[in-house]
Design a binder for this molecule. Sequence first.
Ligand code: CTP
Length: 408
Amino acid sequence: MISVTSPLQGKRIVLGVTGGVAAFKACFLARELQRQGATVQVVMTEAATHFIGPASFQALTGQPVYVDQWDARVPNNMAHIDLSRGADLILIAPASADIMAKLAQGLAPDLLTTLCLARECPLALAPAMNRQMWAHPATQRNAAQLQKDGVLLLGPGDGEQACGETGDGRMWEPEDIVEALQSYFTPKSLAGKRTLITAGPTFEPIDPVRGITNHSSGKMGFALAQACARAGAKVTLIAGPVSLPTPAGALRIDVMSAQQMNDAVHAVLDESSARFDLFIAVAAVADWGVANPSIEKIKKSSADDNGPSLQFKQNPDILASVAKRSDHPFCVGFAAESESLAANAHAKRARKGIPLLVANYGPQTFGRDDNELLVVDDLGQEKHLARASKTLLARQLVELIAQAMNRC
Ligand code: CTP
C-alpha cells in the first residue's frame, strides 16, 4: 500500500528548545513540522525562555509548553516519561553547546535532558552556537560522542552569526531541518541505487538570442529527484533551462539543447565507475532542433517579410538510446499525451523498449503543482495515481519503481 502523505504525517515530535538567539527560528520550525502533518510538543529549557516566551509556542502548536520538571500540570510528576511516551522523535533546535555537553555525559539536570535520557525514540540535534564554541575541542568531542551514541546531528551550517562573526555554528534553516527529517522518515526503498534523471524543457537555439522551447516547468522531474534522494538513491539530475532549486543530495548538471542533454546523459553513464541502476526520463525533450542556427543574431533586415527560413533536424531519442545500451539501467519514461492516454502509453512504452512508462494529459499539466498519472508496465498492468501534488506523486512513483525494479 503506497503512503499518500508527507513522511512526517502523523509523526509525534517533541521539539526541545534551548537558550540561544536561534530559538526564534524554532517557531518557524514548529509551524513547518505541523504543516507537514506532525504534532509538535514543545519543551523548553529555562535559558530558552529568556529568548522567546512559552506562550508563542503554545499559540503555534495548540499544546501546553513544558519547562519545569516539577510542572504541577503533570499529575503523576512523571513529565519526563509522559511527554515523550509514543513520540517518534525528539528534536532539539536550537541545541546549545551546553545541552550537547550534558547529553554526551548522560546528565539530566532539567526536564529536557531528563526526557532525552528516558526516551525510547530517536534523538536529533540542530546545533547553534558561536563559531568558537562549536570549534572548541570539548564541543567537538561531545558532538563525536553523541554521533557514536546514535544521535542525528543536523548541522550546524556556516554563515553570519548573531554575534557579528562568520563561521560554522549557525543553526540550519527550519526548511533544511524539515527536509532532513522527511528524508529520515522516508523508507529507503532505493537505498544506494545510482539514479539518473532528466528534467525540464530543452532549448533549441535559432541564433544567440532566440530559440525554441516548450512549457515544461521541470517540477515533476525535480520532485522525483528529491523523492529518489530521500529514498536513499544517489541522484544525478540533468536539467534543461529551469530556475528551480537543486533538491538536497542531488548532483545537478545544467544543459540547454536536446543534443547537450543526450551527450550529458551518455557521458555520465560512460564515465561512471559503476553501472547506473535507474534512469528516469522526465524531460520534455524537443524532437527537432534547428539544423541551421545562426552564429550571429539574425537581423530583421536580413530576412524578407516571411521571416528567416529554419531547417530542422531530428534530435536523438535519449530514452530509447539509453534503453538500447548493453549496460542499460532500469528505464522509466514519461509521456505527455493529448488523447487516448492508456493506448498511447502502452504503445510508447513498447516502442521505447522500457519496462515502465508514466503517462499524463500533458498540455494541461505543464507548470502546475499537481497532476494525475497513469503508470503502465511491461506486464500490461495499469496503475492510476489520483490527482495530487507532484511531490506526493513523486513519492508514490518511487515506491512503484522500487517494486518494479525488485521484480526484474
Ligand atoms: N524522450 C527522450 N528523448 C527525446 C524525446 C523524448 O528521452 N528526443 C523521452 C522523454 O523524456 C519521455 C519519453 O521519451 O520520457 C517520451 O517523450 P515523448 O515526447 O512523449 O515521446 P516521443 O517519442 O517524442 O513521442 P511523440 O511522438 O508522442 O512526441
